[in-house]
Design a protein around this ligand. Structure first.
Ligand code: PLP
Length: 455
């Protein structure tokens, strides 16, 4: 076996890591951490350190690590047929079965699923579908897409533009044209101290109306949003927010793309975030939980209304010119079928709902009165703790202090992985759905200890 220091050297010399401070890593200031195995909510690194992963990788290993029903399905598929494409009507038993399972689980008005590889490419597909749709309907000027500040929709050119976080724009010449941002439904951050949730919701809807009026509704094709803002801070919207936004969109004939990459397949304790908030999507984006990240696979789910126009488009223009080599990859599809079956068999969505409520309440009990804990919030098994310098004035720490990074580092010392969210002093939690009460208690105890140590 290779020595750890040898691997670390190869890593620094050759490996361009995702979302990493490149210079610090190359200088060896941030460690190379090689993960070797995983089981349930735990992963283990090469030194034998066992860590409770309270963020399920990147909130994606929903079924938990080491599920042999999924790994066996992948191995069987790889032995039988590792690859065939999905062009011109081709498929595999796994891809056709998975499409049926996805549409059965999706809201009633959804018609077909297009499989991709990642959440980013699925969102790129969705934007192309929206543009194609409006071209077929002979309204070529209706092309702009509205997303929210603090939304996260991927790291591609278009999806990085839709993402509303500075880090993903800075020095990349993003956002591209065609993209507009409106405010995030971040009640804790944005509302005046005397504004109640209903007033703040009305304010968000009014701001959207004003943006549409300024740009002209005939230029705006779609609005994209995550049911709960994820990477932007794990922020469930205030009551009534989605109803108010949907009313504005319907009034102006603007399509709704619901990005369910994090919330899809049970993270909120419901099949989709759309079910949780009563959303009626025209398009949905799915990825992560579709396979619990056992293999890369994503999807764009298309509504009946859009599908009819897409069919009309190909009758008029020929084949739909959009395909990836790995669309509906058989190994991803086999992982997806086994994953969704396992989640059903083990009742993991119900467990996510139950353990989510437990974890949130336990965090509130443990930290709710701490002078530097400003907000503890969540929906389903997705929650966050936000730190403030002054609770009453809702004043935030100087970002340079990176309080959330310090808290997460301290938790790691105690064997728990949580996520320091990239913007704001927020620590996020999104454990695998198989979490037990005693594992939740460990997360809460480690969070409390870390907060006491840092603040
Ligand atoms: N959309 C949302 C809501 C996400 O959280 C993510 C990734 O975290 C993406 C899209 C992009 O997915 P991927 O990283 O698979 O490209």
């Amino acid at each position: 076996m290779l020595r750890n220091d040898q691997l670390a050297e190869w890593d620094r010399e050759n490996f361009f890591h995702a979302s990493t401070h490149l210079a610090q890593h190359a200088r060896g200031e941030t460690p190379t951490r090689i993960i070797t195995t995983g089981s349930g909510v735990y992963i283990e690194d090469r030194d034998g350190t066992r860590l409770l992963d309270a963020f399920a990788g990147l909130y994606c290993v929903n079924a938990g690590y080491g599920q042999s029903e999924i790994t066996d399905a992948i191995a069987d598929q790889a032995r039988e047929l590792a690859y065939y494409h999905a062009y011109a009507g081709h498929g595999t038993e796994a891809s056709v079965t998975l499409a049926k399972m996805v549409i059965e689980r999706a809201p009633a008005n959804m018609s077909k699923v297009y499989f991709g590889l990642s959440g980013s490419d699925a969102n790129e597909t969705n934007i192309k579908l929206v543009w194609y749709y409006n071209n077929i309907l002979n309204r070529p000027q209706k092309k702009k897409i509205i997303s929210r500040w603090r939304g996260y929709h991927g790291s591609g050119l278009m999806t990085g533009s839709l993402t509303g976080l500075d880090l993903f724009h800075k020095k990349f010449d993003l956002p591209l044209s065609h993209v507009l941002h409106t405010q995030a439904p971040y009640y804790y951050h944005r509302a005046d101290l005397d504004m109640d949730e209903a007033a703040f919701t009305a304010h968000c809807a009014a701001e959207l109306e004003a943006l549409i009026a300024r740009e002209g509704a005939d230029t705006i094709a779609a609005f994209i949003g995550e049911p709960v803002l994820g990477t932007g801070g794990i922020v469930p919207p205030p009551a009534g927010y989605w109803d108010a936004i949907q009313a504005v969109l319907r009034k102006h004939d603007i399509l709704l793309i619901v990005d369910e990459v994090v919330t899809g397949f049970g993270r909120l304790g419901t099949p989709f975030g759309s079910d949780y908030y009563g959303l009626e999507p025209d398009l949905m984006t799915i990825a992560k939980g579709l396979t619990s990240a056992y293999a890369p696979l994503s999807g764009s789910i298309v509504s009946d209304k859009m599908w009819k126009v897409l069919e009309q488009g190909t009758d008029e223009n020929g084949a739909f010119g959009h395909g990836w080599t790995y669309s509906a990859h058989p190994i991803g599809a086999a992982a997806g079928v086994a994953n969704l079956n396992l989640i059903d068999k083990l009742g993991l969505v119900a467990n996510a709902e139950k353990m989510g409520a437990y974890l949130l309440a336990a965090l509130q009990d443990a930290l709710g009165t701490h002078p530097h804990v400003g907000d503890i919030r969540g929906a389903g098994l997705l929650c966050a703790v936000e730190f403030v310098e002054d609770r009453d004035a809702r004043a935030f720490f100087d970002p340079a202090r990176k309080i959330n990074v310090q808290v997460v580092a301290q938790m790691l010392q105690n064997g728990i992985i949580a996520r320091a969210m990239p913007q704001g002093d927020i620590v996020g939690f999104a454990p695998p759905f198989c979490l037990t009460q005693s594992e939740a208690d460990k997360i809460v105890a480690a969070t409390k200890d870390a907060v006491q140590a840092v603040l």
